[in-house]
Ligand binder design. Sequence first.
Ligand code: F6P
Length: 372
Amino acid sequence: MTKSIGILTAGGDSPGLNAAIRAIGKSAAAEDMQVIGFRDGFRGLMENRTVRLTADEVSGILTRGGTLLGTSRDKPHKMPVGSRTMDMREKMAEVYESNHLEVLVCLGGGGTQKNAMRLMEVGCNVITLPKTIDNDVYGTDITFGFDTALGIATDAVDRLHSTAHSHHRIIVLEIMGHNTGWLALGAGIAGGADVILIPEIPYDIDIVARAIMQRSKAGKSFSIVAVAEGAVSVEDAQRLEEARAKVDQAESKEDRKQAKSDLRQAQGDHVGNTVRLTHELEERTGLESRLTILGHVQRGGTPSAGDRLLATRLGTACVDLVRDGTYGVMVASRGDGVEALPLEEVVGRRKAVPTDHPWLKGARTVGVSLGD
Ligand code: F6P
């Protein structure tokens, strides 16, 4: 009997999603399988909003950014429905059955790996592909979307050099990455930023200011600071740790609710933190400072060659797994090949930048301040 593959894209969009959809669609057609797309992530699955993805339909999308299926950040077990938040997993399992799916392929980041596993728990076969510009999915060498975003952010660092230099300014560039600093670190090094601040290494504002003043004394009257959205000062990191501990230790439901609200307050908002960093640097160094927030431009546009290659490699390998009936796995990138990693090993973990990572060593060696 012809196998039917369901496919959805969830979480923030990433360049390379269409390349992956194309790879799955074309290799499924070659294996005589059919592919049904669900629109807008898990919400489209719940609402059974489908689109047939024949080989013809997925033709010509390799170079297109975004996702032709649309995406959302909805979670199967906590779905806003009208004025309520409901567990819609059983409903999704019904839609899965009614479409006679052999497997549901979920393309997404860390949250999507978790959500796919939640559907496994109600009887669906699932396979996931790791995508996110943050590159923080556990168990894969790299996620698709990262390489394109890295190129965009590096270009921004390059361009900011000439204006910072001309005005003798500090320019702070906020780069995406609320939990991990792969993008800020990679673009910072590749673009030649003078300071790079990432969530994995809490910064001391005095150390950052001193590094900039040293440059100034050495005749370099401008500095570029590449900062990840989630980078925090040492003091804020301490406050966050305490707030997280209170959530873990809360005994009653009420205490937990209060502790979670305190944690949200301690987390503040990313932009607020970056604005404060920019002001503090101006105050401490006496150098005029400006802030650029790169935002969603990092997720937009044509995928890089690297992302197209990666998405095609993972997408075609995914169909090999369907042919062999291997489910409950993420198609991880491993060296030049792939590895089918059980979802239990991926879910609930995040790939942060290790403090001994060669990129960090390289950055320090070429004189970048990491704020520590
Ligand atoms: O998870 C990918 C990501 O681009 C993060 O880097 C960023 O913090 C977040 O999504 C932004 O989310 P949204 O597009 O929902 O505002």
